[in-house]
Design a protein around this ligand. Structure first.
Ligand SMILES: NC(=O)c1ccc[n+]([C@@H]2O[C@H](COP(=O)([O-])OP(=O)(O)OC[C@H]3O[C@@H](n4cnc5c(N)ncnc54)[C@H](O)[C@@H]3O)[C@@H](O)[C@H]2O)c1
Length: 300
């Protein structure tokens, strides 16, 4: 999709982070927007910012884990804006805890928001796109959707699912004139760092150090990661440039490409990489706790 001016976009998770940056950057390109979120306070603020840029904007609540919300919004979209040219499935959550504390409710919540959302969105929007033979679907996945990492397993499973749907769709739907892209962000400075559930730690550690101290340490670990992350405005500019080129995979970190190549060309080395990545994560967590005078080995 080379030209965005005067086109229509449906966007989820627009109240914050990557979604907010998408809304503002697309409005600057002259695209009309139907922005959605569950955080209505944040969404109304983004709507005001977008309106100031002179495009049409509609803001509605859409809980992406509910098909009825997509169905309602899709009907409103078609009656108020017309055809969907760009469908951006961005909303997502990161929660889930250490392997020792698998929580089935967390799993369900993450899969509902991150994966079922894509299925519901396709069900709501694809029929009219197929009828018309045009449109571009953009799914926001994650580096945790192409490589094994120390992220929660539920998050990885959901994002691998998003990547799988996107690849399959790309092959199946291109003959109907519909484009597909999947975005693979890696550490972007957004609220997702802080909006997940508080980390749960093994009982021995909680009893030894206290819940409050543990949360303070977790928070400072997240803040360190956040400080190193990239700005959402800067990556979204790159995402839009690649959407305009109708590219399937959209990355913001070139470093990922060599690891992906390794996965195909040298499986043994990749297995070692997976183990090392987790070891490095544990080492850096231990180092962080030691800054607070705590030796994690004494508690795990
Ligand atoms: N920030 C990163 O480092 C990073 C890395 C990889 C992938 N991602 C992905 O990028 C996407 C955007 O996340 P972000 O980093 O901008 O985080 P964010 O928390 O700033 O924004 C996510 C938005 O989704 C909304 N949301 C959450 N649950 C929802 C629901 N059930 N229905 C509708 N909206 C809901 C939130 O209210 C929020 O406005 C997510 O899919 C996330 O998994 C982010």
């Amino acid at each position: 999709m080379k030209e965005l001016n005067n086109k229509n976009c449906f966007l989820t998770g627009a109240a914050s982070g990557i979604g907010r940056s998408f809304a503002l950057a697309l409005a600057k390109e002259g695209i009309n927007l139907f922005i959605t979120d569950i955080n209505m306070e944040g969404l109304v603020k983004v709507k005001e910012e977008v309106e100031a840029l002179g495009v049409k904007v509609i803001a509605e609540k859409c809980d992406v884990s509910k098909f009825e919300d997509f169905d309602r919004c899709a009907k409103q979209f078609h009656s108020k804006l017309g055809d969907v040219d760009l469908l951006i499935n961005n909303a997502g959550i990161a929660r889930g805890v250490l392997l020792e504390n698998i929580n089935l409710d967390d799993w369900k919540k993450v899969i509902d928001v991150n994966l079922w959302s894509i299925i519901y969105s396709l069900k709501a929007f694809i029929p009219k796109m197929l009828e018309r033979g045009s449109g571009h679907i953009v799914n926001v996945a994650s580096a945790a959707g192409i490589l094994g990492s120390p992220e929660p397993l539920s998050y990885m499973a959901s994002k691998f699912g998003v990547v799988g749907i996107s690849e399959g769709l790309y092959g199946q739907i291109s003959r109907f004139g519909i484009k597909v892209s999947v975005i693979i962000p890696l550490y972007i400075k957004t609220n997702i760092f802080f909006s997940g559930e508080e980390a749960k730690y093994p009982k021995k550690l909680v009893d030894g150090i206290g819940e409050e101290k543990l949360q303070e340490i977790s928070q400072s670990m997240l803040e360190e990661m956040y400080d190193k992350a990239k700005s959402p405005d800067s990556v979204v500019k790159k995402y839009i440039a690649q959407i305009k080129k109708d590219q399937l995979y959209i990355y913001d970190s070139k470093g990922l490409l060599s690891v992906l190549a390794m996965k195909g060309a040298n499986p043994k080395q990749y297995e070692e990489f997976l183990v090392k990545l987790n070891r490095d994560f544990r080492t850096s967590r231990e180092a962080h706790f030691s800054k607070f005078g705590i030796n994690l080995d004494d508690y795990l």
